[in-house]
Design a protein around this ligand. Structure first.
Ligand code: ARG
Length: 401
């Protein structure tokens, strides 16, 4: 009796997920392994990956293009929420996991599988995100994570795979662990494990070093409709193209590098480098447009929601009732967040230099220091008296007067 009969495996084409196929079949007694590779714009050729799964023993090899959904249903919501984990990481990897889980569950239901599987180890956040998302979407499915249990070293994993015709990697394996998709790259391990070592230039692919960026600034305009980026430089652009184009333009100016020590859900601190050119610029621009179109109290209250929202995405609770409730709040806040933000890209910086909106709450007559000033200065006196009253009473009480 195996642990499951028919399994849908999240497949990347790498050694670990390839080894999962014979391992599930011959160690865990799974009868049939169906692999699923998700196209998230990671830039890999997917046809060779599809074939490799079959050669490794999968009975069926699925490739699903989820790029558009990734941007529309996952990234855009995060932009509306200005989601930055620990105030810095725009969640480029974390956002992909619930989408991959959804594709796995849909395939499992279609092919009548009784489990899903993934190649995550027991140390990271991704295992949590997959497992919790699958449990939320279909609580009847089992979840198998061979790499969490097999205890093989890298060499042993390769040797195990060779027994079943899985070729050992031709190139020497990069010392880094890299996750890549349309929204960005996450890079860890190798020399980066020393938090005091500056990241070597070779790790970056989406962002140029400042020594090679243009010596002239570039101005771009990003148009938002209800908090969603809909056009770039005045042209309506489909979601995937918009992200791709903005990655190019911002990356060319070295924008979007993040080097941080982060707190994983499993309790460890890790050092991770991110490159997220488009996503970083979009969140910055979106937040700026909110400052023009939302009231003060709403803006301030939303900050707290954003913090919670970022944490729950990071911690694998995408399909949770709290997330759904916060979504309803955030969607309501976005009704008037439409307009255009002008951004200057130069030497690693994205600087907002202008913003405009039909829904702008900025009132020139009230803000001006010129003769047109309509603000009632005399009204300030009474306001300040009432505003400061509790503090005045506190002080009087203390001083006994
Ligand atoms: N630390 C990031 C997260 O938890 C990225 C994880 C994957 N990173 C990697 N280098 N493989 O979302």
């Amino acid at each position: 009796m195996g642990r499951a009969k028919k399994v849908v495996l999240a497949y990347s084409g790498g050694v670990d997920t390839s080894v999962c196929i014979p391992y599930l079949k011959y160690e865990w007694g799974v009868e049939e392994v169906i692999s699923l590779a998700a196209d998230l714009g990671q830039g890999d050729e997917l046809e060779p990956i599809r074939e490799k799964a079959l050669k490794s023993g999968a009975s069926e090899s699925l490739v699903v293009d989820v790029k558009e959904s990734f941007v529309k249903d996952y990234a855009f919501g995060a932009i509306q929420a200005n989601a930055l984990y620990e105030n810095r990481y725009p969640l480029s990897t974390a956002l992909a996991r619930p989408l991959i889980a959804k594709a796995l569950v849909e395939a499992a239901e279609k092919y009548d599988a009784d489990a899903i599987a993934h190649g995550c180890t027991g140390k990271g956040n991704d295992q949590v995100r997959f497992d919790v998302a699958v449990a939320a979407l279909n609580p009847n499915l089992k979840i198998l994570a061979p790499a969490r249990e097999w205890g093989m070293s890298r060499e042993e994993t390769i040797a195990y795979g060779e027994q079943y015709g899985i070729p050992s990697p031709v190139k020497k394996k990069s010392p880094y662990s890299i996750d890549r998709n349309l929204l960005g790259r996450s890079i860890e391990a190798g020399v980066l494990e020393d938090p005091n070592v500056e990241p070597p230039e070779e790790i970056y692919l989406m962002t140029k070093p400042i020594t090679q960026t243009p010596d002239q600034p570039e101005y771009i305009e990003i148009g938002f409709t209800r908090g969603i980026p809909t056009n770039l430089n005045g042209e309506f652009t489909n979601p995937v193209d918009l992200i791709q184009q903005l990655n190019q333009v911002a990356g060319n100016h070295g924008v979007g590098r993040i080097d941080m020590i982060e707190n994983r859900l499993v309790g460890i601190k890790s050092r991770e480098i991110y490159e997220t050119p488009a996503l970083s610029v979009l969140i910055q621009a979106h937040r700026d447009l909110e400052s023009l179109t939302l009231t003060a109290d709403l803006t301030h209250y939303k900050r707290g929601i954003e913090e919670t929202y970022s944490q729950l995405i990071y911690n694998g609770l995408w399909y949770s009732p709290l997330k759904a409730a916060l979504d309803a709040f955030i969607q309501k806040t976005q009704e008037r967040v439409s307009g255009t933000v002008r951004v200057k890209l130069f030497k690693g910086n994205a600087t907002i230099v202008g913003r405009s909106s039909d829904n702008s709450l900025y009132t020139p007559d009230l803000a001006t220091y010129g003769a047109e000033d309509k603000f009632d200065h005399k009204a300030a006196e009474g306001f300040i008296y009432v505003w400061g009253l509790p503090t005045r009473i506190w002080s009087q009480q203390e001083k006994g007067r």
